[in-house]
Structure formats: C-alpha cells, structure tokens
Design a protein around this ligand. Structure first.
Ligand code: HEC
Length: 194
C-alpha cells in the first residue's frame, strides 16, 4: 500500500500521456498512505500509575510500595488484578477498570521485580513523557541515536530528536538492578504480564 512500485509508476507515467487526471490521483493515494502512517502514534497510558499509587495506595503500603508485602510476587496475574481492583474500589476509594486497571496492576507487579517500571503518558512529536521507578536512568533509542531523558523523582521527559520515527523507537529505564525496555509503538507501560 505504501510503496508505489516501478510497474505502477511506469503505468501511471504512461497513462498520464493519455489522461491529465491520473498523476494527481496517484499523488493523492501516496499522500493518503502517508497520513495513515503519521497517525499511528506511540501508545500512551490512560493512567499515570505511580501518581495514582502515591495518591491512593501509599498511605497504607508505603511510598513507592516500601511496605507492600513481598508475597505479591506469588500472586498470578489474575489474582493480582483482582486484589488491585478490590483495593482501588475499597480502601482507596478510586475505582479502576479497563486499561487504567491494567496499568496499575503492571506497576504493582513491578514492585517485586528488580527491573524498573516505565510508562509513557504523553507522546507527541514535541514531548515524550511518563513515569519510571525513581532512581532510574531513562533513554530513548531512535535508529542509531540515543537520547537521555531528564528524570525528576518518578517522572521523566524528553524532546524527541527531529526526524525521529517514534513508532520505531525503544524506551529504556536502567538502574543498577536491571534494565527494562519497551517498544513504544506497541506498549505504553512495562510489566504487563504477557
Ligand atoms: C486503608 C489501607 C489500604 C489502602 C488505602 C490500600 N490498601 Fe492494599 N492492603 C491493605 C491491607 C490491610 C491488606 C492486607 C494485608 C496485607 O497483605 O498487607 C492489603 C493488601 C494488598 C495487596 C495484596 C497483598 C498480598 O500479599 O496479597 C495488594 C496488591 C494491595 N493491597 C494493593 C493496593 C493498592 C494497589 C492500593 C491502592 C489502589 C491499595 N492496596 C490501597 C490496606 C490498604
């Protein structure tokens, strides 16, 4: 769809001699395909899961999960999702469902993983930002280029380099305990259990 091969071009050029209308037609198709490509922006999380956790869960489980029982590592994905959903609508008084619940479950999963959590909450050509386990270094790999984000507490941000195709970029978070990387075209957060 995106490629206009030589035969198509040759035919188009040949028929331009017959019709003045065909070339604009071909150009239109090419422009339309370009628009579809440009529209497939990186994914973003509908919830900032660390902000949510700090606001709604930290008073009982400690800041950044400091006092969360380590036994949550033994819960299956389904069980963890069930507990987080119950906690959100019960003691936290801030119900979660759908993708918001999934993002929060992923963050809870990361609490017992040595590798840092990372999420994207904003993705435009001018700004890429999100959340990360505090103390991480965050970088974006775009083709051969690599760019460090500025990290402030559990928030990171960076201005994507010009010409960077965000749909092909990889975002990574690194601490001395491990590295997490996500392909931002497919994943808005890490630790999603699949
Ligand atoms: C009012 C206090 C309170 C709040 C607020 C609260 N929790 Fe809990 N949570 C508990 C208690 C008490 C338990 C059960 C005892 C335990 O395992 O620590 C528990 C258990 C859990 C467990 C299961 C632990 C295990 O090993 O089975 C998870 C996961 C959890 N909470 C996540 C959350 C999340 C996420 C939030 C915010 C949406 C939250 N909690 C808000 C008090 C709270």
């Amino acid at each position: 769809m995106t490629r206009v091969n030589k035969t198509t071009l040759a035919r188009a050029t040949a028929s331009v001699k017959r019709s003045r209308w065909l070339l604009p037609g071909v150009a239109l198709v090419v422009v339309a395909c370009g628009a579809v490509l440009a529209a497939s922006a990186p994914r973003t999380s509908p919830l900032a899961p660390i902000d949510y956790y700090e606001a709604k869960c930290a008073r009982c489980h400690g800041s950044y999960g400091a006092t969360m029982p380590k036994t949550i590592a033994e819960l299956s994905d389904k069980e963890l999702e069930h507990v987080v959903k119950q906690m959100a609508s019960g003691p936290a008084q801030a119900p979660l469902s759908g993708a918001k619940l999934s993002a929060e479950v992923a963050y809870n999963r990361s609490l017992t993983d040595p590798k840092p959590f990372i999420a994207v909450t904003t993705a435009t050509s001018k700004l890429l930002s999100g959340e990360v386990t505090p103390g991480s270094k965050v970088s974006l790999k775009c083709g051969a280029r690599s760019l460090n984000a500025s990290v402030n507490g559990h928030r990171w941000r960076l201005v994507p380099p010009k010409g960077c195709d965000l749909t092909k970029a990889t975002l990574s978070a690194r601490t001395s305990r491990g590295t997490t990387a996500i392909a931002i075209a497919r994943q808005a957060w890490s630790h999603s259990g699949d």
